[in-house]
Design a protein around this ligand. Sequence first.
Ligand SMILES: C[S@@+](CC[C@H](N)C(=O)[O-])C[C@H]1O[C@@H](n2cnc3c(N)ncnc32)[C@H](O)[C@@H]1O
Length: 270
Amino acid sequence: MKKIALKKVLSKFNLLPIIEQINFRRQKWQNRRSNYEFKKKNPTVKLPPDFYLYETFNLNYDKFYTNGKPTATWLINHISEFKDFKNLSILDWGCGTGRILRHLPSILDTSNSFYGSDYNKKYVKWCSENLEGIQFKNNYLKPPLAFKDDSMDIIYGISIFTHLSKELHFSWIHELTRVLKNGGILFLTTHGDAHTFKLLQKEQVLYDSGNLIVHAYKKEGNRLYASYQSPKFFRALCSKNNLEVLKHIPGDNLNNKPQQDVWVLRLTKN
Ligand SMILES: C[S@@+](CC[C@H](N)C(=O)[O-])C[C@H]1O[C@@H](n2cnc3c(N)ncnc32)[C@H](O)[C@@H]1O
């Protein structure tokens, strides 16, 4: 049976939470040695509860923490072509457990200010209690953000639109442009062509003609709710919201490990 059909059946009979628990335990078991070694070598590194890691990324402490730093540097390098990282307000929208954001204060200089926002209250609580030099806020699944108009120079959202419906694509992109300053940079990732092997043939046709495709096995915002943004769809969304595409880097699909597309956008306010 195709994975997509299997997921539909599991979702229909409300079996996904059980499968989630099984997958969580399996990941915990598979990573037990590496996680034990990591804790032994890095006793002072603050780690979120295992289930939070599983839900937002991967239950592997080394991948989460050690690889989080080069990912933060990768993000900065993309944006620094367009912004000098001095006196900037930077927001991680959908910060999860701070995988990337926690590293920014140690990479960038102290003239910058750092903010994180997520709709999951548990993650925001953990981040607020454990990560220093960053202000964290809660938002709801739907806008608004708890930030004023024109208050951010940079907003990034890694793997957030990938879990939202069409309606929320429209309302969130609008909200992000409210909070972003004129000339501000928006850095987003999407499920582009590298992920289309997960689509049914009829969905592929719709995707190719510029539609958003949604696989909803859970409420949106959750990682079991996946949406696929054809570049045509995403470009149109940006253009309607005065966002100029500075960079679009399609993700690769190496060894069946598809990467997300990267979008670096600049806002022009009238
Ligand atoms: C796949 S995780 C990625 C977390 C983080 N960006 C990272 O790269 O490690 C998706 C995150 O988006 C958050 N999220 C989903 N919908 C959201 C929304 N409408 N507003 C804010 N956060 C949202 C989830 O709670 C989760 O933390």
